[in-house]
Ligand binder design. Structure first.
Ligand SMILES: Nc1ncnc2c1ncn2[C@@H]1O[C@H](COP(=O)(O)OP(=O)(O)OP(=O)(O)O)[C@@H](O)[C@H]1O
Ligand SMILES: [Mg+2]
Length: 270
């Protein structure tokens, strides 16, 4: 939408983009509780598996965690390109940690291990965030628990947070992955939004960019919720399109009929 079109609704920017600062993320009590649990896990150097369907807000939850953890005590490494074999996975990790990559797997692994020990000696907790972890190669999964072994497996120095679709949980439960699974202290899931959550989310995002509470009519929000199945990414998409329709038709608010037209147009195309 043009700045002029946005301004007619008092909006300083598009309300439903993914370009949202960590500090501005929507954190209702249920999400805040989840972030608190992740903070506690990182403090305790525990490992976590966090699963949920596409668009329910997993990666945004990691961003909220990044915002919540004090920078001086935690070193976060975010890794999302996981469709690599074990050797390249660790090499990528080395690069992300700004460490020199060794020539063979043993050297790369040793470099990472030594780095983790060094951070621990400086009282810094490393946290490895592996997003899209359901796509991890089996040979990386086979090896990950070895990365958690320090001082004959008597010290917890590193916290690994695996995030992915519910398939991740299915994979971790396989007998082959039991060594890793048994080291996952927190097994968490993000479910779809409730209707109240959806209403709160839409209101919050509109208010963040200067819009009014009445921009989305309540029956429009109810339809948005139903159509999105509680996925934030789907809410973003449908709400953005509905707002555009409203702007083009010079309507004061997004009402149910506009949401219905967006859904119908999407249905016609598929
Ligand atoms: N807490 C939040 N605050 C504000 N917006 C959010 C929040 N959570 C999710 N969103 C919105 O929903 C979109 C999808 O969220 P996110 O990328 O975190 O989903 P995901 O669960 O990681 O999906 P996928 O499995 O496809 O990677 C974001 O781009 C953002 O616009
Ligand atoms: Mg994601």
């Amino acid at each position: 939408m043009t700045p002029e079109a946005l301004a007619t609704y008092g909006l300083s920017a598009e309300p439903f983009t993914k370009e949202i600062d960590d500090a501005d993320l929507w954190l209702p009590p249920s999400k805040r509780a989840l972030v608190d649990e992740l903070v506690d896990a990182a403090e305790a150097r525990h490992n976590v598996a966090l699963v949920g369907e596409p668009g329910v807000g997993k990666t945004c939850t990691l961003r909220a965690l990044r915002h919540a953890l004090p920078k001086e005590r935690f070193r976060l490494t975010y890794c999302h390109n996981v469709t690599l074999g074990r050797r390249d996975f660790y090499r990528q990790l080395c690069l992300a940690l700004a460490l020199p990559c060794g020539h063979n797997s043993g050297a790369v692994f040793w470099t990472i291990n030594t780095h983790v020990e060094q951070l621990a000696s400086e009282r810094v907790s490393p946290v490895l965030l592996v997003d899209e972890a359901h796509l991890l190669h089996q040979d990386t999964l086979d090896h990950l628990h070895i990365l958690l072994n320090y001082a004959w497996d008597s010290r917890a120095l590193l916290s690994v947070i695996l995030v992915g679709l519910p398939d991740l949980d299915d994979r971790l439960r396989l007998r082959r992955n039991r060594s890793l699974y048994s080291r996952i202290h927190h097994r968490l899931a993000i479910g779809p939004l409730t209707p109240e959550d959806t209403a709160d989310y839409v209101r919050t995002r509109v208010l963040r960019v200067g819009g009014g509470k009445e921009l989305f009519a309540s029956d429009a929000v109810a339809m948005l919720h139903e159509a999105s199945g509680g996925s934030l990414r789907d809410i973003d998409r449908i709400a953005t399109l509905a707002l555009r329709w409203a702007a083009r038709r010079k309507r004061k608010a997004v009402e149910r009929d506009l949401v219905a037209r967006v859904l119908q147009a999407e249905g016609d195309r598929s």
